[in-house]
Design a protein around this ligand. Sequence first.
Ligand code: S3P
Length: 182
Amino acid sequence: MRYKHNIILIGFMGSGKTSIGKRLSLKLKWEFIDTDDFIEKREGMTINEIFAQRGESYFRDLERELCSRYSEPKCKIIATGGGVIKNRDNVKDLKKGGIIFYLKSTPETIAHNLRNDDTRPLLRGGNKLERIRTLMEEREPMYRECADITINVADLNMEETLNLIEKEYNRYENKRNKRTKH
Ligand code: S3P
């Protein structure tokens, strides 16, 4: 049996990758993987603890190692960490096996979603909205460049988001299969 391409969710922290990925996984009955969750379980530490005790580059190495395992189409839904696009090898691997969806949001929506959240080391201290704005400005061109499909999640409710991802996925998957047959 030929597996379909994975659905890869990228985007800024707090844009909904995990919650959307979990819901999609229930809808499509595909396995769901959250890379941060996987890393936390493997290390027996939270992301905050990993950053504080081992440093960001240690975390990036773990993230890199994990992405290299998902370069084949296997009907999986993968929610990545917001910084996964910083390493182009991650994107290359994930793209080989999947279709990359950029869940695009706004700094205001993200600040609202993360108003009570203290689990993102890169957003700790200072004015959260300002940090989000600055980091998003830096990251936005990378997300855009890596994405196969962009979904403006700030304008959609959960159901609309899931339906749109499914529709765009089917369209893209058909196109990709046609291309590989010729
Ligand atoms: C990060 C995003 C986080 C997590 C880590 C670094 C980033 O994941 O991987 O805190 O660099 O944007 P989420 O996008 O799931 O919050």
